[in-house]
Design a protein around this ligand. Sequence first.
Ligand SMILES: Nc1ncnc2c1ncn2[C@@H]1O[C@H](COP(=O)(O)OP(=O)(O)OP(=O)(O)O)[C@@H](O)[C@H]1O
Ligand SMILES: [Mg+2]
Length: 276
Amino acid sequence: MKKPRLTRPVLLDVRDITRLYGPAKGCEAIDFQLHAGEVLGIVGESGSGKSTLLRVLAGLEAPDSGNVIYRRHAGQTVLDEDLSENADAALDLYAIGEARRRALLRLEWGLVHQNPRDGLRMGVSAGANIGEQLMAQGQRHYGQLRATGQEWMRQVELDPSRIDDAPRTFSGGMQQRLQIARTLVTQPRLVFMDEPTGGLDVSVQARLLDMLRTLVRQLGLSVVLVTHDLAVARLLAHRLMVMRRGQVVETGLTDQILDDPQHEYTQLLVSSVLTP
Ligand SMILES: Nc1ncnc2c1ncn2[C@@H]1O[C@H](COP(=O)(O)OP(=O)(O)OP(=O)(O)O)[C@@H](O)[C@H]1O
Ligand SMILES: [Mg+2]
C-alpha cells in the first residue's frame, strides 16, 4: 500500500481525550493526529480502551475532557488556525451541537462496527441498507438508488441478484461486506472501524482484508482502525498507536513498531503473536 507523505494535511486532531468509567477504566489523555489519506491502527490487549476511544472519536460518546477537531477542508483549502474565524474548516466535534454532529456523521464520516448487526438494519433488504444511506444524503431516484446498490454489492463481492434479500439470510462474512458497502456508498472522507474482521473465519477474514485494502486505496480513505490482530494492523495500517490500560504507550510507523518495538509492553504484544 502506498505510504502517505509526511506533508499530508491533518484531518483529525485529537487533543487530550479522557473518557473514564471509573479509575483505570476507559481511555486517558490521548493525543494524536490523523493525516488525510492515512490509515491509523489502534492496537492493544482486550480492555486497553480501544473501543472507548473509537466511540469518542466517531462522535458516539462525549469525552470527559479533551477535543476532537475535524479539519474538513484538509488538503482542499488553506486552513485558518483560529477556529472562531473559520468555523467551517475546523469543527470541534463536541462543541458543534448534536444536530450538526449527526449531519457530519451521516454526510462525511463512516463507521464499521465489529458486529455487522450493529451497523445494518436487519429488517430491511440489502438494497435498502445501501440505498437509505444515499437517501439520507438527498438522493431520491429509485432506479438510480437500485443501480448504485447493485454496483456496491458487486464492489464488495456480493451477488447483486440478492439485492432484495434480508441481511439475516447472509452469512457473517457477507453481512460484514454489506455493512462495508452501506458505510462506503456515501463516499465518506473519514472512516472508523472497530475490529472489522473480528469474529470471522480465517479464510473469510483474508478475503475481506484484501477487499478493504483495495477500497481504502481506491477511495483514498482516511481510516482509524481498531484491532487486536497485529496481522490485520500490518496489512492495513500505515501507522500504529499501541494502547495499554487506557493510555498510549507507543506510536510509530507500522513496520517500525512491529519489527522493532521499543516499549516493553509492545515487545510482549508482538512476541505473543509470533509465538502463539
Ligand atoms: N460503557 C462502559 N461502562 C463501564 N465500563 C466500560 C464501558 N465501556 C468500556 N468500559 C471499560 O473500559 C475499559 C476499556 O474497554 P474497551 O471496550 O474500550 O476496551 P477494548 O480495548 O476495546 O477491548 P476489546 O479488545 O476487548 O474490545 C474496560 O475495562 C471496560 O470494562
Ligand atoms: Mg473493543
